[in-house]
Design a protein around this ligand. Sequence first.
Ligand code: FAD
Ligand code: MG
Length: 352
Amino acid sequence: MKRSALCLFTAAAALLFAAAPFAARGSLGAKPAVFENFRLGTYVRLSLYGARNAEEKLKAADDIIVSLENLFSMNIPSSDIARLNAAGGGWVAVSQETTRLIALAVEMADFTGGAFNPALGGLSSLWKIGSPDARVPSGSEISEALKHTDYTKIELRSEKGAHFAKLPRGMALDLGAIAKGYVADRLKDFLSDAGARGAIIDLGGNLDFIGEPPRGGPWRAGLQRPESPRGEYFGTIESKGLSVVTSGPYERYFEKNGMRYHHILDPATGRPAQSGLSSVTVADSLSYRADALCTALFVMGRRRAPGFLKKHRDIIAVLVTEEGEVLVTPPARDIFRLTSDDMALAARGDGE
Ligand code: FAD
Ligand code: MG
């Protein structure tokens, strides 16, 4: 079986950044202090402008990332999520932070009609997309796993300052489509409180910003052109306090017998979503919302996403169809700029 491009890419990234995680380049002027490392299964890069003791603050920010990864990762056996997934249906003591994220995930699942579903852990463990062991599960494995994805059955309880969660037997959580956003929100709060005048929080494509760039004006996020080399953009989004998050099928996938299998699963079929979209970007003041929403809109796809966006007119989103047409929702129009001259803007981004 072919290894996905991403497996090779992330392995190289781990080596590159583990050697020199901190690269302080001045703390107050136009040059940021930078922290880079491999975290949350991806590249993480924090750039901090205008903060005193920037290296200390970046170190404290990394401690936050590591502590949250240790709670939320499915791959760390001692994490809250891994213990919950292994509990076979019993109550498990977890941190308050974990119950908070699970509650937000359930809320986003309700809001998106289940297109974003935090209870797909059984399915993602079958497919293992993004790992060298990725494979196509059998139809019966998929139907069995689909029986355990009813996120409304997740239970949370707090008692005398302690927090507990319970999943039905057979269910497993996978918070991979929301946890990076949640971590970005926590980092933004921490770095703002620490006095950063400007910062870029980049958690492998989950972008968030604080303040303004040293030269003034708004921050601008470049939107990755689907299927093109990393760093090739088709447009930009201006961010004044908004997190900008993109989901797409073009980085985490594997190929078998000429078919491409990507990592965003359709909770209705248990298989990679047949979306008709090649990328979805959402901007929101809360990064966890942007994260969950862009995954959900990708699952809804070309056919269903415009109807959803028509009902929820405040969502700032840019969708690219497989044909290269760019759909921009009304509130995104003032802040999105198309920079690629071979892609066309659709007349309306909300289905009309
Ligand atoms: P998104 O669209 O935001 O999320 C897609 C991911 O969410 C899928 O990979 C799957 O996990 C899940 N998902 C799929 N379909 C749905 C759906 N319909 N609804 C809800 N969720 C869905 N990767 C590694 O390779 N190794 C690691 O050790 C590792 N550790 C991680 C630890 C944490 C705490 C987190 C949050 C992620 C980790 N990852 C790891 C995953 C990695 O960073 C993923 O690339 C990332 O979570 C997927 O994000 P995305 O922005 O690419 O896609
Ligand atoms: Mg997401």
